[in-house]
Design a protein around this ligand. Structure first.
Ligand code: NAD
Ligand code: MG
Length: 390
């Protein structure tokens, strides 16, 4: 029996992970499940999987979670510290599926106890790539390692199996183009929250769905690619592929291009990380390419997607720029979701925050404290800019 924990168990990735675990009774023992406000769902999953401990990120929800698990014998805890402690419980495999920078500290704790960290939380690599990779290396003798779960990165990882990184020329990650890919540019400023919440191909959490429409998700993924595969920014390309069937391609120096195709179902990438290094049967649709007929590609329009240009700036700046970028993006996204700013304002706010830099913080040696300080700086600057524009 493999011991597994799911951080962010009540979310889209968390639920898909539990769906795969439920299909293999007897193979997995669930250690910790964590969630946010939705303690009813968290308690239900904890009972269903016989978890050792259930943790809500919010101390105000402790009582409700405790009541929902009364008589179950399942331990209950609340708060950010409890979440990190739960991630540090011995487990072989830990799914990191919290959304946002809040996923970083629990992910580090999971690596610290020697787990395989299945990393859906791309923000960990964007905000603190050097830190989380160093933690994986430090505990590698105990079995710590990071496996990608983002569909594009899982695809690249699979295309690289048995290959020499020295032979890699470029990595191409695809993007559906999001909800507004076919909208006229001049209409984008009026795009509403409801419109941004519809994704043409994938069913995901609200935040990543909006980030897909603005391409901030792809911007994070470009940085994630640089951090995970340790290639130069110039080697990373983004390609618009409206069907979301080709997830990524790796180009080698002999001209070969290895593409990874599959249905847009996150259970493939989650299942790959769950079963790695083996491939196990997964309940995903098999593609009928003859029925699909053709695959469509086009270059991304940088005028439509300023986030991609900002990602290049962040990679060039290095150090703590990723933490500031992500924090500013999270604050701008909150403001858009709170109907304080418009759709295009998100990129404007983030760009202005990036222009301020990270005064007084040296990112050459990264620590969790410095990343947290840069994160706070980014959020504060974004709020100032948002308030000033009201
Ligand atoms: P979601 O919003 O559906 O779920 C997020 C989970 O995190 C929930 O369990 C929520 O309770 C918890 N959470 C939220 N805020 C928290 C906080 N401050 N502290 C602790 N827990 C908190 O999100 P999702 O779509 O499942 O995405 C999760 C992560 O996976 C994100 O980093 C996202 O970018 C990445 N990802 C998602 C998909 C997808 O298809 N959904 C694909 C690739 C990568
Ligand atoms: Mg992705």
């Amino acid at each position: 029996m493999r011991r597994v924990s799911v951080l962010g168990a009540t979310g889209s990735i968390g639920q898909n992970t539990l769906d795969l675990i439920a299909r293999r009774p007897g193979d997995f023992q669930v250690v910790a499940l964590t969630g946010g406000h939705n303690v009813e769902n968290l308690a239900e999953q904890a009972r269903r999987f016989g978890a050792e401990i259930a943790v809500t990120a919010h101390e105000s929800r402790y009582g409700a979670l405790k009541a929902a698990l009364a008589g179950s014998g399942i331990e209950v805890a609340a708060g950010a510290g409890a979440l990190t402690e739960a991630a540090a419980r011995p487990a072989d495999w830990v799914m990191s599926a919290i959304v946002g920078a809040a996923g970083l500290a629990p992910g580090l704790a999971a690596l610290g106890q020697g787990a395989t960290l299945a990393l859906a939380n791309k923000e960990s690599l964007v905000t603190a790539g050097a830190l989380i990779k160093a933690e994986a290396r430090r505990h590698a003798d105990k079995g710590a390692r990071i496996l990608p779960v983002d569909s594009e990165h899982s695809a690249v990882f699979q295309a690289l199996t048995g290959e020499d990184m020295a032979a890699v020329e470029r990595i191409v990650i695809t993007a559906s183009g999001g909800a507004f890919r076919d909208w006229p540019l001049e209409k984008l400023a009026e795009a509403t929250l409801e419109q941004a919440l519809t994704h043409p191909n994938w069913e995901m959490g609200a935040r990543i769905t909006i980030d897909s429409a603005s391409m901030f998700n792809k911007a994070l993924e470009v940085i994630e690619t640089k951090e995970f595969f340790e290639v130069d920014p110039e080697q990373i390309e983004v390609l618009i592929h409206p069907q979301s069937l080709v997830h990524a391609l790796v180009g080698f120096r002999d001209g070969a291009l290895m593409a990874h195709l599959g249905a847009p179902d996150m259970r493939h990438a989650i299942g790959y990380a769950l079963n790695w290094p083996e491939r196990a049967e997964l309940p995903v649709e098999r593609l009928d390419l003859a029925a699909i007929g053709g695959l469509e590609f086009r270059p991304p329009d940088e005028a439509r997607y300023p986030a991609l240009r900002l990602a290049r700036e962040v990679m060039e700046a290095g150090g703590l720029a990723g933490a500031v970028f992500n924090a500013a993006k999270e604050a701008a996204l909150d403001a858009f979701m709170g109907r304080e700013i418009g759709f295009l304002d998100m990129a404007r706010v983030v760009e202005e925050v990036l222009a301020r830099g990270v005064p007084g913080l040296d990112g050459a040696t990264m620590t969790l404290d410095k990343v947290a300080a840069a994160d706070q700086m980014g959020r504060r600057a974004a709020r100032e800019i948002i308030e000033a524009g009201r």
